[in-house]
Write a protein that binds this ligand. Structure first.
Ligand code: WTA
Length: 648
């Protein structure tokens, strides 16, 4: 059964236990509805009241202003994000509470109290200052899941530098494109990262990328693997040497940042062309992470929150770092992969650290469910009280397995829908209140007006699929696309005048949202957001390739996988060996997660008379469907049959 068929048939409802509801922040649907109504009727009042829970150096003048389509929150206010995540928590009496539990792929875990983390962050902030990094400067971070990653982010926030993190699973070309666009002056990386017991050559990738990035003057390298690296004199420095220098102080005064100063850039894939640098600013982003984390994960003082995302993606930014720390919670950060050394690794981590909340992607649930029930059955998962999912739609079968095998029918599941652009969760159950339907992200969060529109902009009927839009601004929303404000407007607001998500969805008779997936050229491979354009240009950068078109096809575990149609240069021979070589090429230059699962050599691609590739047709071929829609506008309709009869 396809995902769409299974969610259309889904009728089960699961209620939170009385015990869970009684102790939760939002206890029932009446309370949700009352507060939701208030948050929509007077959003400024709602958000201002919540903003008072943060520490401000100076209070804001205006809550919200629409500056010709660019939204500004809490203007006139000054605060510091690292102060709110560390000093504020220390001052509330939690100096010795554990902020971070770091679980390496192999070896002993490490714990940092709020007091220790504050000191580490201050010391590294002082190191950055010594390199001349100042407020408004950009620091590129290309690190694996090690504590230095969190420390570096917070150190940037402390001195007002803008961090731009590149997922360590990306290779040299992907890093190069991002650094070139951000124009960073300093890069932080490591001598390597561990993945499945192997070493991924981060520094080598960085060296290759930096050959074409003239803005980067200094590189700081964390020693993680002991892998031999090439140290470039005058440019490369070891983190441990810098951080342990005698003159470096244990305290660094936090910069007073304006609410709308930039906090970070995170590159993500868009509809066409190169990745977009999504810009988030200080106060609104922090407030949104703080409140969504507090209420959606229903956070209590003794919670141990384990989010399996990588900090290189938005989920890690918001729900490993900024959300948990601003709430004074304990966050678990895991370095390795879900099945290393065996498929019970996540369950072992939950058992070992007595995690109470577990937040992961549907793809991981499907992959681990396939390994069999004996793995979770052998572990003690009694500490868990809440589960979450993010990144892609969850099929009801995977939801049920998660609910029964991991949550033991005791833990609510929050299926959280959001995006890099939204900064935090926009549609999700509130675990003590919302009755759950497997496969539905349920209802909008406070202050969010979500809707589904038809092609012509009119409102879709109940259960009619259409474009998911958000009709009002919220504090965590992106502020612009770095270096490209015009693209911010055209990508998100041009079509309907309200925020266009790029997803399709339907709303059922109970007002529940069912997300159906992307409707643009973004592919969600195992929950990772990959742009087809970026994979195509990686393929085309290989000498043998003249042209490439990349589309998704459904995959049992990954949700979606990549299918590439490749036109070779004249005279190049088609062979299985060349396919392998192309897959390796994408892996090494872009990322192992972006490599095509299937490659079909083609002599021609279906194009309109003006030369535009009709991806819709390629998608149908890749999905093994024969429903190509209208093909009469093609320059050569015959191409379709040839491709279909040769599909792989
Ligand atoms: C998809 C990840 C269904 C969606 C936080 C969105 C989801 C894209 C869900 C953003 C969910 C995220 N149900 N689909 N609960 N959560 N998505 O920017 O297609 O990496 O547009 O942010 O992930 O991916 P991004």
């Amino acid at each position: 059964m396809t995902y769409i068929d299974s969610i259309l048939k889904e009728k089960r409802i699961f209620y939170p236990s009385h015990e869970f509801s009684r102790k939760s922040h939002i206890k029932n649907m009446a309370e949700y509805s009352r507060l939701y109504k208030k948050s929509i009727e007077s959003p400024e009042k709602f958000w201002a009241k919540k903003a008072e829970e943060l520490d401000w150096f100076k209070k804001w003048d205006i809550v919200l202003r629409d500056d010709m389509g660019f939204f500004k929150w809490f203007e006139g206010g000054y605060l510091n994000v690292s102060y709110n995540c560390l000093d504020r928590i220390v001052k509330s009496g939690k100096k010795d509470k554990i902020a971070l539990i770091w679980e390496p792929e192999t070896g002993e875990s490490r714990k940092f109290t709020y007091g220790q983390l504050l000191k580490e962050v201050c010391r590294f902030a002082n190191v950055l200052k010594k390199f001349g990094v100042k407020r408004g400067h950009i620091v590129e971070i290309y690190l694996p899941m090690i504590p230095e990653l969190m420390i570096a982010m917070l150190a940037c926030a402390r001195i007002g530098a803008i961090h731009s993190i590149v997922f360590a699973g990306f290779s040299s070309d992907a890093l190069k494109d991002r650094v070139q666009d951000s124009k960073a002056e300093l890069l932080i990386t490591a001598d390597g990262s561990f993945r499945n017991g192997k070493i991924f050559p981060l520094k080598e990738n960085a060296d290759a990328a930096l050959k074409e990035c003239s803005t980067v003057k200094n590189v700081i390298v964390v020693k993680r693997t002991g892998n031999k690296i090439n140290v470039i004199n005058g440019r490369d420095n070891w983190w441990h040497e810098l951080a342990n220098e005698k003159g470096i102080g244990d305290f660094c005064e936090p910069e007073s940042m304006h609410s709308e100063d930039s906090l970070f850039i995170l590159y993500t894939s868009g509809t066409t062309g190169k990745p977009k640098g999504i810009l988030h600013t200080q106060a609104g982003y922090l407030l949104f992470c703080y409140l969504t984390f507090k209420w959606i994960f229903d956070i209590k003082d003794n919670d141990i929150h384990f989010c399996t995302a990588d900090i290189g993606w938005i989920t890690g930014h918001s729900y490993i770092v900024y959300g948990p720390l601003s709430n004074g919670a304990t966050s678990v950060m895991y370095e390795g992969s879900p099945n290393y050394p065996s498929p019970d690794r996540f369950w072992r981590i939950i058992e070992k650290h007595k995690a109470t909340i577990f937040y992961t992607a549907p793809t991981a649930i499907r992959a681990l469910a396939k390994e069999g029930n004996e793995w979770p059955e052998k572990c003690n998962l009694d500490s868990l009280r809440l589960l979450g999912t993010v990144g892609e739609p969850i099929n009801p079968e995977a939801w049920m397995w998660y609910y029964k095998m991991i949550g033991k029918e005791r833990c609510p599941i929050v299926d959280t829908w959001w995006q890099t652009e939204t900064g935090g969760i926009l549609i999700s159950p509130l675990p003590g209140a919302t009755p759950l339907k497997p496969g539905s992200a349920t209802r909008p969060f406070f202050g969010i007006i979500a809707d589904v529109l038809r092609e012509d902009g009119s409102k879709a009927d109940v259960n009619e699929g259409g474009y998911l839009v958000i009709k009002n601004p919220w504090p965590g929303m992106l502020r612009t696309i770095w270096n490209d404000p015009q693209r911010y407007k055209s990508s998100y607001f041009e079509r309907y005048g309200v925020y266009l998500t790029g997803d399709s969805a339907r709303i059922d008779e109970d007002g529940y949202f069912w997300i159906m997936g992307r409707i643009d050229d973004v592919i969600k491979v195992a929950g990772h957001r990959i742009g087809s354009a970026e994979v195509e240009s990686s393929l085309v950068s290989h000498d043998a390739v003249a042209e490439a078109a990349v589309v998704p096809y459904p995959h049992e575990v990954k949700g979606q996988a990549i299918y590439a149609f490749v036109v070779l240069n004249k005279g190049v021979k088609k062979s299985e060996q060349l396919k392998e070589e192309l897959i390796k090429h994408v892996s090494e230059h872009m990322s192992p997660i972006a490599k095509p699962d299937k490659i079909q050599f083609a002599d021609d691609l279906p194009k309109t008379r003006s030369g535009k590739i009709m991806r819709r047709i390629l998608k149908a071929i890749a999905e093994r469907s024969n429903d190509y829609g209208n093909i009469t506008t093609l320059a050569d309709p015959n191409v379709v049959n040839v491709l279909a009869s040769n599909r792989v």
